[in-house]
Design a protein around this ligand. Structure first.
Ligand code: FCB
Length: 444
C-alpha cells in the first residue's frame, strides 16, 4: 500500500513540512551522562512501568545519533522534531553542562548538513529531579528556572533551530503527573494539578519571551495535545458534559494561550482551593503571541453526564482501535482543527505528533504494518480536509521515528515507523516508514 492524498492537495506541496518526532527521555538513554529526572525516579518505583523498563538505555540514541540521522535523512523528511533533556544540559547551579550542550550541537550540525530543519522542544516531561525535590511545578519559582534554561539554550543554539517549542503537552505534565498521579512525579491531587498547570503555562510565556529575544528568526511556539470531546448521546446533559470535559482538560490550556483567560465554566466547576494561582500580569505573559501552535492528535474521547463529577469518559465500543485501545477517528482531527479555527484567531498550525501503536510482527526481517499505514492515510486526508476548510496548517510530523520508551507502558507499545529490536538496538524500517518516505519524495 502507498500513501496518497487527493490530487492538487496542499499536502503535495514541497512547502508543506513533513517530519518525524521523538523525545529525549524516550530514545536517548545514557542516563549516566546527565542528572536524574522525575521519570528516572518514577520508573524506579515497583510496578510503575508495566514491563519494568526505564530510560537508562531506551533506544541508545545518545550513542547512535549519527546512524539515526542517516535514518531520518533516508525518509526524505524536511524536519526532525526532538527534545532537549534539561538535566543533560544544565547543572544544578544553573551553569551549562558543556558535554550535554555539545551533544545537541552535533545533532544540529548533522541536521543542517542534511538540510533537515530542527524542531526543538525544550520540555518533554523530564524535569530535573533536584527541582522536583523543591516542589517541581507546584512552585512558581520553577517557571523562572525554566525561563533561565530556555535562555541558556537559545543563546547557545540560536537560529540553528528552525522552530522552538517551549513545552510538549502541559496537560500530560500537570493532569497526568500532578492531578491523577499516572505519570511522574505521581502526585494525585486536584489542587496540585491545577497549580502545576498554571506554572507550566507561566513557564511557557516566560520562555517564549526569551526565545523571541535570543532567536527572533526561529518559529517559536507551544505544543498542545487534544483529544476532542464528544457527547455519548444527544441529550443536553451529555452535551454539557462533553463541553465541560473539554474546558477542564484541553481547552484549559488552549484558551489561556490563545485568548488570555481560563474557561469560565471550568473555573466555576473547581472548588475554591483548586483555583489556579494567578498573580497579576500572569495571563498577559501566558497569552503572548506565538509564531505557531503545535497540535498532537491521536484519538477522540466520548463523555457522558455524571451527577457527582460533572463528566465521565465512556470507553470506545464497536469502533476500530489501536494497540493502545484508542479509537481510530480521523474525522475528529478535522473537526478539532476547524473548531479551533472558528473559536480562536489561530497562528499557523503544525501537527507535531500523529501516529499509532500497533501490534507489529517482524517476519523475514520485514514489518508489514498495514494497519499503521491506514492510520496515516486517514489522518493525512483529515489534515487535507481541514486545510480546505480554511485552517492554516503548515506541516505534519509522524510519531514516531522509532519505537521507543512509551512512558508507563515501557517498551510494550510500538509507535515507530521504524522497528527497534531492544536486545540488539537494530533499526528496521517498517512498511509505513517506506511508504512515508516515498510519499514525501513524490511531492511537486
Ligand atoms: C504523546 C507524547 C509522546 C508519546 C505519544 C504516544 O502524548 O507526547 O511522548 O508518548 O503520546
Amino acid at each position: 500500500m502507498k500513501l496518497s492524498v487527493p490530487d492538487h492537495s496542499p499536502l503535495q506541496s514541497r512547502d508543506f513540512i513533513y517530519g518525524v518526532a521523538t523525545s529525549a527521555f524516550q530514545i536517548e538513554g545514557a542516563s549516566d551522562r546527565r542528572l536524574p529526572c522525575i521519570w528516572d525516579t518514577f520508573c524506579a518505583q515497583p510496578g510503575a512501568i508495566s514491563d519494568g523498563t526505564d530510560g537508562h538505555i531506551a533506544c541508545d540514541h545518545y550513542h547512535r545519533w549519527e546512524q539515526d540521522l542517516e535514518l531520518i535523512a533516508s525518509l526524505n523528511v524536511d524536519a526532525y522534531r526532538f527534545s532537549v533533556s534539561w538535566p543533560r544540559v544544565m547543572k544544578e547551579d544553573g551553569s551549562p553542562n558543556r558535554s550535554g550542550l555539545d551533544f545537541y550541537l552535533q545533532l544540529l550540525d548533522g541536521l543542517a548538513a542534511r538540510n533537515i530543519k530542527a524542531f526543538l522542544t525544550l520540555y518533554h516531561w523530564d524535569l530535573p529531579q533536584y527541582l522536583q525535590d523543591r516542589g517541581g511545578w507546584l512552585k512558581r519559582e520553577t517557571a523562572f528556572k525554566f525561563r533561565d534554561y530556555a535562555d541558556m539554550i537559545s543563546r547557545a543554539f540560536g537560529d540553528r533551530v528552525y522552530s522552538y517549542a517551549t513545552l510538549n503537552e502541559p496537560f500530560c505534565s500537570a493532569y497526568l503527573g500532578y492531578e491523577k498521579g499516572f505519570h511522574a512525579p505521581g502526585i494525585s491531587d486536584l489542587a496540585s494539578g491545577r497549580s502545576a498547570a498554571h506554572h507550566l503555562l507561566l513557564a511557557h510565556g516566560l520562555a517564549l519571551e526569551v526565545l523571541n529575544q535570543n532567536s527572533p528568526g526561529s518559529f517559536n511556539g507551544l505544543v498542545l495535545n487534544m483529544s476532542p470531546t464528544y457527547p455519548l448521546s444527544a441529550s443536553a446533559e451529555d452535551r454539557h458534559a462533553a463541553v465541560l470535559a473539554n474546558d477542564m482538560l484541553f481547552n484549559w490550556y488552549a484558551q489561556p494561550v490563545l485568548a488570555g483567560t481560563y474557561p469560565a465554566a471550568a473555573l466555576a466547576h473547581l472548588p475554591a482551593q483548586a483555583q489556579p494561582p494567578i498573580a497579576p500580569g500572569d495571563m498577559e505573559i501566558i497569552a503572548r503571541p506565538m509564531d505557531y501552535l503545535g497540535l498532537n492528535y491521536y484519538t477522540r474521547s466520548v463523555y457522558r453526564a455524571d451527577p457527582d463529577r460533572g463528566f465521565t469518559e465512556s470507553p470506545p465500543t464497536g469502533v476500530p482501535l489501536t494497540d493502545m485501545g484508542w479509537e481510530i477517528c480521523p474525522q475528529a482531527l478535522t473537526d478539532l482543527l476547524v473548531d479551533l479555527n472558528d473559536r480562536y484567531v489561530l497562528p499557523p498550525v503544525f501537527i507535531t505528533e500523529n501516529g499509532a501503536a500497533m501490534l507489529d510482527r517482524k517476519i523475514n526481517n520485514r514489518i508489514n504494518d498495514i494497519d499503521r499505514l491506514h492510520y496515516y492515510q486517514g489522518h493525512l486526508h483529515a489534515v487535507h480536509d481541514a486545510i480546505l476548510q480554511g485552517v492554516d496548517i503548515r506541516g505534519y510530523f509522524a510519531w514516531s521515528l522509532l519505537d521507543n520508551f512509551e512512558w508507563t507502558l515501557g517498551h510494550e507499545k510500538r509507535f515507530g515507523i521504524t522497528y527497534v529490536d531492544y536486545t540488539t538496538q537494530e533499526r528496521t524500517l517498517k512498511a509505513s516508514g517506506h511508504a512515508f518516505a516515498e510519499f514525501i519524495n513524490k511531492r511537486i
